[in-house]
Design a protein around this ligand. Structure first.
Ligand SMILES: [Fe+2]
Length: 349
């Protein structure tokens, strides 16, 4: 349905023509404004919502042809009808190619003008409705994606906790690593988004252990090199599991959480600051929780010894900057004051 309260802007350097169009279109219920040159036209478009411009092609100063692209780029929701002399039809057609919605010829047939305005406004209304509907659909898809992602992450988190719960050595490991990693992230002044990524990376860092042989994982002796190689694949498997639904930072964090800062970790391809910061934080948090937890083949280290070990490995296994943050944060971590009654096995290996 045509909305006749919409505002039209009549642009022509000849006052007589402006008045003629103004009178005709006002009678049909449109709100009409007038401008006599390009500068006044742009000012009026800036200051009030205008649904349609009737734009004279030949004007002193900037012509309608020059003004058309400025209107279309600056005010894409405004329809434009070009007004031209009969002998300038080729120019008018050129204007249509540049985004004008229609053209009318001088001398004017007022009924044709009225129809052209109706058509252009109806086309504009349909375009606006279509865009609004597209935005609505995009928002719905985005909402659905967020919901699906949330469900997936929740399911993955539950899976990790279930995997840990059935193993007397790993119960609660991921939750404690998350607590430690977030304390380090806080010390390193990570942004809110980076802290959220770190939280998910920490909670899910060992999800790839679903693919690990339980007999090797729970072996009550030191692992052979081959067994260790098998265990370490959980970092890549975990990254592949979460890749479809989390952002790249979380994937990289999980993929590199066993990388050594000096590049001497197993099958490592990057080193130093090329290792994502989240993974360097996770490496310290993961190893610390591993050291203060029992393993099938050895008892947990004391907290003091574990801290000494983290310090000793600064610059080799761990990022020295992260170790500094760890030493500052270590006194505030509640984990340290509440060692679990069922000591978990570390994942630091
Ligand atoms: Fe791990």
């Amino acid at each position: 349905m045509l909305d006749q309260r919409e505002t039209l802007l009549i642009v022509d350097d000849e006052a007589v023509i402006r008045k003629l169009l103004h009178l005709k279109l006002s009678r049909e219920g449109y709100q009409c404004d007038e401008a006599n040159d390009a500068e006044q036209t742009l000012n009026m478009l800036e200051t009030s919502p205008i649904a349609l411009v009737i734009l004279d092609i030949k004007m002193p100063g900037k012509s309608g042809i020059e003004l058309l692209p400025e209107i279309k780029s600056g005010f894409p929701d405004t329809a434009v009808i070009m007004a031209t002399a009969v002998n300038d039809i080729d120019v008018a057609i050129q204007c249509l190619k540049q985004g004008a919605d229609d053209y009318i010829c001088k001398p004017f047939n007022l009924e044709e003008i009225s129809l052209a305005v109706q058509r252009a406004l109806e086309k504009r209304r349909l375009q606006l409705e279509l865009r609004e509907y597209q935005q609505y659909l995009e928002e719905k898809v985005e909402e659905q994606m967020i919901e699906t992602r949330k469900l997936f992450l929740g399911a993955m988190e539950a899976l990790v906790f279930a995997l840990e719960a059935k193993d007397k050595y790993t119960g609660g490991h991921s939750r404690r690593v998350t607590e430690i990693a977030l304390a380090l992230g806080n010390e390193l002044n990570l942004s809110t988004q980076n802290m959220e990524d770190l939280r998910w990376g920490s909670l899910l860092h060992d999800v790839g252990k679903i693919a690990i042989d339980q007999l090797i994982q729970n072996k009550p002796f030191r692992l052979t090199h081959t067994e260790y190689e098998h265990i370490i694949t959980h970092a890549h498997v975990g990254a592949d599991i979460v890749r479809p639904v989390v952002n790249g930072k979380i994937v990289e964090m999980i993929e590199h959480h066993h990388d050594h800062y000096d590049g001497n970790g197993l099958h490592q391809v990057i080193a130093g600051s090329d290792i994502p910061l989240g993974a360097r934080i996770l490496a310290v948090a993961d190893a610390f929780d591993a050291m203060i937890s029992d393993r099938p083949y050895r008892s947990a280290l004391s907290i003091t010894k574990a801290i000494d070990e983290i310090k000793r490995c600064a610059g080799t296994q761990f990022d020295p900057g992260v170790v500094t943050a760890f030493l500052k944060a270590v006194g505030t971590m509640t984990t340290l004051g509440s060692k679990p009654s069922k000591p978990p096995r570390c994942s630091g290996y």
